[in-house]
Design a protein around this ligand. Structure first.
Ligand SMILES: [Mg+2]
Ligand SMILES: [Zn+2]
Length: 208
């Protein structure tokens, strides 16, 4: 019955989701919870990942805070609302990480070069240490090149969706430079392909 004192909890894979344009309809500097409109297949996909023991984590740049468009505490309200509407569809988010900074815009503490603003991997590496995530067995899904760069910089595979800015991004991106597995119309299609590719090489829920 006794676990070894040195036993550590098994690291789990995660799907990291960009927020605007990936989880919800892109709105320029979304600043009110009422502006959240879920994109098709998102809640069903999150619910399926929940049932497979794969963590789901949102990682979002929110420079609107640095720019003074809305206060940081508004993000808490917006993300509470997002969790609630997903919860109504049996979809649970394991973590939400945001970067409120901007390297050159705005004033005060938010104007700085940080390690969390995508394409930097800081939000993913922080989530990995706080939630015990195996980044090498994880996927990032986003609609911009900086999303996929953040995922690749953290050691994850990445997938581009053509919602949000994804159509524009798809015209310019070199998928091989960002460990990309493809370009997909929906989050569901990206996750399905990732699970298919992962099946052969690793049991996603096994420990290392
Ligand atoms: Mg986006
Ligand atoms: Zn930051």
């Amino acid at each position: 019955m006794n676990e070894s004192a040195t036993a550590t909890p098994a690291k789990r894979p995660a799907v990291f989701l960009d927020r605007d344009g990936t989880v919800n309809v892109e709105v320029h500097y979304l600043s009110q919870p009422e502006q959240i409109e879920l994109l098709p297949t998102v809640s069903e996909t999150i619910s399926m990942l929940n049932s497979r023991g794969i963590l789901v984590v949102i990682v979002t740049n929110q420079a609107g805070v640095a720019r003074g468009y809305f206060p940081e505490h508004r993000l808490i309200t917006i993300h509470d609302h997002l969790r609630r509407i997903l919860g109504e569809k049996n979809a649970c988010i394991d973590g939400v990480y945001y970067c409120p900074h901007h390297p050159s815009a705005g004033l005060g503490e938010y104007r700085k070069v940080c390690d969390c603003r995508k394409p930097m991997p800081g939000m993913l590496t922080r989530a990995a240490s706080e939630l015990s995530i195996d980044l090498t067995r994880s996927l990032l899904i986003g609609d911009r090149e900086s999303d996929l760069q953040a995922g690749a910089n953290a050691g994850c595979q990445t997938a581009l969706v053509t919602t949000g800015y994804g159509v524009e991004t798809s015209a310019a991106i070199d998928l091989t430079s960002v460990k990309g597995i493809g370009i997909f119309p929906t989050v569901a299609d990206a996750v399905t392909e990732w699970l298919n590719q992962s099946n052969g090489e690793a049991n996603l829920t096994s420990s290392r």
